[in-house]
Design a protein around this ligand. Structure first.
Ligand code: GLC
Length: 466
C-alpha cells in the first residue's frame, strides 16, 4: 500500500517542479552572473591592464568627424533627418573637394592642445569611405579629392607622435544590402513588420556583414599599427541591429588577431562578454554625470557644439570654461575625454574650433601635469570648496583646480600633516600655508590677490618628495 502523503506533500506542486526544473537550470546558466564569464579570447587581467596603460595615462584625445556631411553642413545625421536617398546625396559625393586639407596642420593643433591620441571617422553612418577600399566605389579616391585621406591622416598624426584611432560606423545608409531599420533614412513612416519586409526585399545583411568584416580587415592591415578602434553603434530591438547583424564575435576575434594591442570601444553589443569591451563611452553627458563612472574604464566623447559633423548654423558652442570643466572632471573621476572637431568640407577646422583649441593649448601648456597620468584623489584628501581634485599616483602630487578663485586664502580641510609643499602648477611659484587657528587640522593656503592668467588655475601639492 502506498504511504499516505504527509501534510507537506502536494503532488500537484511536485509535478510543476519537475516541469520547471529544466527552465530553472537554463535560467541559471544564462544569468548575467554566469554569462559575464563568457569570453572571446584568453587575455589575462594583467595583460589587459598593460595593453590599456598608455590610454589610461594619456587621458585626452581628439575625435574627428569628417565626411560628405560636411558639405550640407547641417549635422552628420542629415541623411536620416531629411530622409535623403542615395540619389539625393550623390551631389555631395560629386563635389567633395577638400582643397585646404592639411592633416599636418590638424595634427599640430591637436598636439598643441595636449591631445595625445586622435580618432578619425573612416566611414560614418552615411557609408562614405575616406579611405581607399577595394570593396566599394563609394570612397574618397572617386571624388574630386582623388586620394586616400585616411592614409594622409595616419601619416601626419604619427609624425607628431599622436596615437592613431579609427572610428568605423557599423551602420551604413548607403550599402544596398544593409537592411532598412528604424534609424535608416528610408525607414517606413509607420513601423510594421509588413512595411519593413516590403522595404527590405532583396537586401541581404549577410552580404553587408561580409563587407563590414572586409573593410575592418583592410583598415587594420593597410595602415600599420592602429591604436584604437571605435565602432559605432548597436541598437538591438525589433527594428534595430545588434551583435548578430554585425557578426560582432567574429569581428572582435579578427580585430584582436590583426592588431593584438588595439583598444576597442563598447558599441558592438558585446557587453556580456568579459572581454567584449575595453572602455565605456558616455556620450555628451554633463560633468556631474561623470561622477558615476568612477572605478570603471571610460572615455566621454563630447562635441564643441551640438553636432559631430561640421554644422555651419549651430551656435551653441561650449565655452572655454565648459571644455576645461569636462577635461578636469573626466580625470578627477578616472576617465578620458575625447573632444570632437568637425572640419569643414574644404578640410579645415573653422575659426570657432581653432579658437577653442588655442584656448586649450594655453591652459594645457601650463597645467597638463594635472591631467596626464592622473586620476581621482585618495579618499584621505577632502575636496576644498569650489575646487576639483586630480592626483598622480606615481609622483604623489595632488592637484587642486580652482574653479572659483578665492582671493587671499583657501582652506585645505583636514590636510594638516598630509602635504610637504605647495605651489602654482603654471609657474612653480611657492604658496605658503599654515594651520588654521580656528581648526588646527585644516591648513590655510595663502594665495595672491590676482588670479593667474588661466581660466582655472591649479595648485600643486607635494605629498611626498619623490
Ligand atoms: C552617435 C552618433 C554619431 C556620432 C557618435 C559619437 O552614436 O550616431 O553621429 O558619431 O555618437 O559618439
Amino acid at each position: 500500500m502506498a504511504p499516505e502523503p504527509g501534510p507537506f506533500f502536494n503532488p500537484q506542486k511536485q509535478n510543476m517542479l519537475k516541469r520547471i526544473a529544466p527552465l530553472l537550470i537554463a535560467l541559471l546558466f544564462t544569468s548575467p552572473f554566469l554569462s559575464a564569464q563568457k569570453r572571446i579570447g584568453n587575455e589575462t587581467a594583467e595583460q589587459k591592464q598593460k595593453r590599456m596603460e598608455w590610454w589610461t595615462q594619456d587621458r585626452f584625445g581628439m575625435f574627428i568627424h569628417w565626411g560628405l556631411y560636411a558639405l550640407p553642413a547641417r549635422h552628420e545625421w542629415v541623411k536620416n533627418h531629411e530622409r535623403l536617398t542615395n540619389a539625393d546625396y550623390e551631389k555631395y559625393f560629386k563635389l567633395f573637394n577638400p582643397d585646404l586639407f592639411d592633416p599636418a596642420a590638424w595634427a599640430k593643433k591637436a598636439k598643441a592642445a595636449g591631445m595625445r591620441y586622435a580618432v578619425l571617422t573612416t566611414k560614418h553612418h552615411e557609408g562614405f569611405n575616406l579611405f581607399d577600399s577595394q570593396f566599394t566605389d563609394y570612397k574618397a579616391t572617386n571624388t574630386p579629392a582623388k586620394r586616400d585621406l585616411v592614409k594622409e591622416f595616419v601619416e601626419a598624426f604619427r609624425a607628431e607622435g599622436i596615437k592613431v584611432g579609427f572610428y568605423y560606423s557599423l551602420i551604413d545608409w548607403h550599402h544596398p544590402d544593409y537592411t532598412i531599420d528604424e534609424v535608416h533614412p528610408q525607414r517606413p513612416l509607420v513601423d510594421s513588420d509588413s512595411a519593413y519586409a516590403r522595404l527590405n526585399k532583396g537586401r541581404d545583411m549577410a552580404i553587408y556583414r561580409k563587407y563590414l568584416y572586409n573593410e575592418v580587415t583592410e583598415l587594420l592591415t593597410k595602415y600599420g599599427k592602429i591604436d584604437i578602434l571605435w565602432l559605432d553603434f548597436s541598437f538591438p530591438g525589433k527594428y534595430g541591429k545588434g551583435r548578430d547583424d554585425w557578426g560582432s564575435v567574429d569581428l572582435m576575434k579578427q580585430i584582436r588577431k590583426l592588431q593584438p594591442g588595439i583598444i576597442v570601444d563598447n558599441r558592438l553589443d558585446l557587453n556580456d562578454y568579459a572581454d567584449g569591451v575595453d572602455f565605456e563611452t558616455p556620450e555628451q553627458v554633463s560633468p556631474k554625470e561623470l561622477e558615476k563612472y568612477r572605478g570603471k574604464t571610460w572615455e566621454t566623447c563630447q562635441t564643441f557644439s551640438g553636432s559631430w559633423g561640421y554644422y555651419r548654423d549651430e551656435n551653441t558652442w561650449k565655452t572655454h570654461r565648459q571644455l576645461l570643466d569636462l577635461l578636469i572632471t573626466s580625470v578627477s573621476n578616472g576617465g578620458n575625454l575625447l573632444l570632437n572637431v568637425g572640419p569643414t568640407a574644404r578640410g579645415e577646422f573653422d575659426s570657432r574650433a581653432s579658437h577653442a583649441l588655442d584656448s586649450l593649448s594655453h591652459w594645457m601648456h601650463a597645467n597638463d601635469k594635472s591631467i596626464y597620468g592622473c586620476t581621482y584623489a585618495p579618499a584621505a584628501f577632502k575636496v576644498p570648496e569650489n575646487t576639483k581634485l586630480t592626483y598622480n599616483p606615481v609622483t604623489k602630487r595632488l592637484y587642486v583646480h580652482l574653479f572659483e578663485y578665492p582671493s587671499g586664502r583657501l582652506v585645505l580641510p583636514g590636510y594638516k600633516g598630509k602635504i610637504k609643499y605647495a605651489q602654482f602648477l603654471n609657474d612653480d611659484s611657492e604658496l605658503k600655508y599654515k594651520p588654521d587657528p580656528a581648526n588646527p587640522d585644516d591648513l590655510v593656503l595663502e594665495l595672491p590677490e590676482k588670479k593667474p592668467d588661466y581660466e582655472i588655475p591649479v595648485v600643486e601639492l607635494v605629498t611626498e618628495y619623490k
